[in-house]
Write a protein that binds this ligand. Structure first.
Ligand code: ZN
Length: 305
């Protein structure tokens, strides 16, 4: 199966807009395939599949060589389970790298690693909600970017945060902001990734610049290397029916604290929060281009901020 992935990747890679490899794209795809497989049972916070994913991701963070806060990548937090109405524990996975020029200033790159688990209402054949796009895609991108920045040291320090409990109401990122390992005033930016591996219109959104116009100026022409349609928006509080994404994912708690954010994500698709959100339904070419775009943006802002 690994061979198939490698061959598949070679085709994908030749179709993508980048000829130069900045991270191991075959591993990016194989990581995504792994944590969105049925073995991980939809990675719901507090459940066994979530724990398996956590062990996998922790091992990867170690392999990349990220530094730890309090001698661990796993940062536990308590939360009230919505359905069971009982107290449970979630686990954020946090690692970081020290910056070369402004080590006291931090950029937080984030994604959520949990998904919605398993449900069987009797109407569907498949009861496992694999969450390949939501949000194994952002989580594996986080690891690829960590790999890049370990080789190409950033000017600012970067925290790589895979949050838990996003699907339970942003509980992991909320906890992180309330119990940050560094003073919040030292966090200058949050770049959040949630659902970045498929879109029929080849379009990805950058949400947040309406709140932080300074960032939009800095991002002028930042997408010139990308073949994706890069749109700004979904950050106007006047937008209705969930179209304002200002608080839709883990960037929300950062924004509440006045920390500038950019959120990368695509619009919902037919498999959103459905068992069909599986590896076979992601678009590897789109995904690779999205990860490269987010990496380019992070490098650019690391240089400009
Ligand atoms: Zn999500």
């Amino acid at each position: 199966m690994k061979k198939i992935i490698v061959v598949f990747f070679c085709i994908v890679y030749s179709l993508s807009s980048y000829s130069q490899q900045r991270f191991d794209a075959a591993e990016l795809l194989s990581n995504l395939k792994e944590i969105s497989s049925d073995k991980y049972q939809g990675r719901r916070v507090g459940e066994e599949g979530n724990k398996l994913a956590r062990i996998f991701l922790e091992k990867k963070m170690k392999e990349v060589g990220l530094l730890q806060f309090d001698s661990t990548y796993q940062h536990t937090f308590p939360f009230l389970h919505r359905t069971f109405r009982k107290k449970m524990e979630g686990y954020n996975l946090i690692g970081y790298l020290k910056g070369t020029e402004k080590p006291e200033e931090y950029i937080v790159l984030s994604s959520h690693h949990d998904h919605v688990g398993m449900h069987n209402d009797g109407t569907k054949q498949d009861s496992i909600y694999n969450g390949a796009d939501d949000n194994a895609s952002g989580t594996c991108a986080l690891l690829a970017m960590a790999e890049y920045f370990l080789e190409h040291r950033p000017k600012h320090s970067i925290i790589f945060a895979a949050f838990d409990g996003e699907e339970m109401g942003l509980v992991g990122s909320d906890w992180f902001v309330d119990h940050s390992p560094i003073p919040l005033k030292n966090i200058i930016l949050n770049i959040n990734m949630d659902m970045i591996s498929r879109n029929e219109k080849n379009e990805i959104y950058i949400c947040g610049t309406r709140h932080y116009p300074k960032l939009k100026k800095m991002l002028k022409n930042s997408d010139e290397n990308s073949v994706l349609t890069v749109s700004f928006g979904h950050d106007d509080p006047k937008e209705k029916n969930g179209d304002d994404w200002t608080f839709s994912s883990d960037h929300g708690p950062f924004h509440k604290q006045g920390i500038p954010f950019l959120y990368f994500g695509e619009e919902d698709h037919k498999d959103y929060h459905q068992p069909g959100d599986e590896f076979k339904n992601i678009d590897p070419v789109f995904y690779l281009n999205a990860v490269n775009l987010i990496l380019d943006t992070t490098i650019l802002l690391d240089n400009k901020l």
